[in-house]
Design a protein around this ligand. Structure first.
Ligand SMILES: CC(C)(COP(=O)(O)OP(=O)(O)OC[C@H]1O[C@@H](n2cnc3c(N)ncnc32)[C@H](O)[C@@H]1OP(=O)(O)O)[C@@H](O)C(=O)NCCC(=O)NCCS
Length: 140
């Protein structure tokens, strides 16, 4: 049974990090939305938090535990919710959950844990900036 506590229900108490509509151009040869398109949405949503926290450029260094629970269909309203799970010295670990809404249905379709590293203008890792606890709590 899904509930807000186990994270399978649409989290109405949180703002999505990104929302978009799945379009016909994003389908695979079988008419479902291409998994790579969803992965790109997740990477973008995670990077929104990472860039904000790092106050600048980040690089995606790892994608852990990517799971596809349900297919996405043309016309679905796709909402990505990102939450920072861990702050390291140069890395930010973000959990991204994606929900698809269509008439009379709202399902969690994918989730993943993505690691970003703060990089400088040459693409080399750099330490994350210090933040006040109040700033950090916005992302937790
Ligand atoms: C990002 C990059 C500059 C980091 O350089 P690096 O020499 O690998 O740096 P490190 O090994 O010190 O790792 C940096 C941080 O990432 C973390 N990290 C590296 N690989 C990781 C992995 N597979 N899983 C989780 N964390 C990882 C490290 O633990 C470290 O975290 P911390 O500083 O918070 O403790 C380098 O790996 C790189 O350029 N990678 C390619 C990135 C890219 O092109 N992404 C787009 C793909 S299309």
């Amino acid at each position: 049974m899904s509930s807000p506590e186990n994270g399978t229900e649409f989290p109405r108490n949180r703002q999505p990090t990104m929302r978009t509509v799945a379009m016909p151009a994003d389908t695979n040869p079988y008419g479902q939305i291409f998994g790579g398109w969803i992965m790109a949405q997740m990477d973008l949503a995670g990077s929104v938090l990472a860039i904000e926290y790092a106050q600048g450029r980040v690089a995606t260094v790892a994608v852990h535990s990517m799971e596809f629970h349900q297919p996405v269909t043309v016309g679905d309203l796709v909402s990505s919710f990102a939450r920072i799970e861990r702050i390291g010295t140069t890395s930010i670990t973000v959990r991204v959950e994606v929900f698809a809404q269509r008439p009379a249905l709202c399902v969690k379709v994918t989730e993943a844990v993505i690691v970003y590293v703060a990089v400088d203008g040459e693409g080399q890792r750099r330490p994350l900036p210090e933040h006040e606890p109040a700033f950090q709590s916005v992302y937790g």
